[in-house]
Design a protein around this ligand. Sequence first.
Ligand SMILES: C[S@@+](CC[C@H](N)C(=O)[O-])C[C@H]1O[C@@H](n2cnc3c(N)ncnc32)[C@H](O)[C@@H]1O
Length: 214
Amino acid sequence: MNTVQVTDEVQDYLDSLLPARDPVLARMEEEAHGEGIPIVDAHEGAFLSLLVRIAGSKRLLELGTAIGYSGIWLLRATSGGTLTTFETNHERAVRARSNFAAAGLAKQALLLEEDAVQGLEKLSAKFDTCFIDLLNSFPSEDVTRKVFDLCMQRLDAGGLLIADNALRQGEVIKPKGHQARNVAFYNQLVAKDPRLESVVVPIRDGVSVARVKD
Ligand SMILES: C[S@@+](CC[C@H](N)C(=O)[O-])C[C@H]1O[C@@H](n2cnc3c(N)ncnc32)[C@H](O)[C@@H]1O
């Protein structure tokens, strides 16, 4: 196999090629790192940003805001687009609102402080990109399927369905706990759905990227 092993040296090299982050994102990276808040890293942020830009997405949906880090990468990749994002943790939601404002994106970000699954059921709007960043937290395969179905209903042809933690540090290969089983189940749903073209990209903890076929 010609797959490169991402040694520390290779990782340092990849890091050296990252785009510079502005003070808002740089501060958020430090805070998240220091406090153990689970956010995407800058490689994944840049990847998400490229996907949104290439697809020309304007209406974004995110499940799992945390303090708004990925949301800022996503929104900045649009020209005047909007982000609807769900977060249940009040303290994180407050910080996310403040971070969106610091990034000059307050008017474009609608943060809904409620359970993403229940919230999704109430939404009737369509989106161009849906980013699921709480795959790890679903209690069962039924809920995983429900979220997948609800997201698919909100996307038209050409829409992107993206999910983080698609590899779960490799646990998806032989899943033991229910969380890894749910993620493996999600990967199967995406891979087998004839409406989608998809790939799992091994950035960070694995990013599932799918596009609704024309
Ligand atoms: C991995 S973090 C999101 C990170 C964020 N997307 C980023 O990269 O900047 C997942 C977030 O989802 C929230 N969460 C977990 N279950 C949820 C649910 N059912 N509805 C809404 N938010 C939820 C958690 O509180 C956590 O902050």
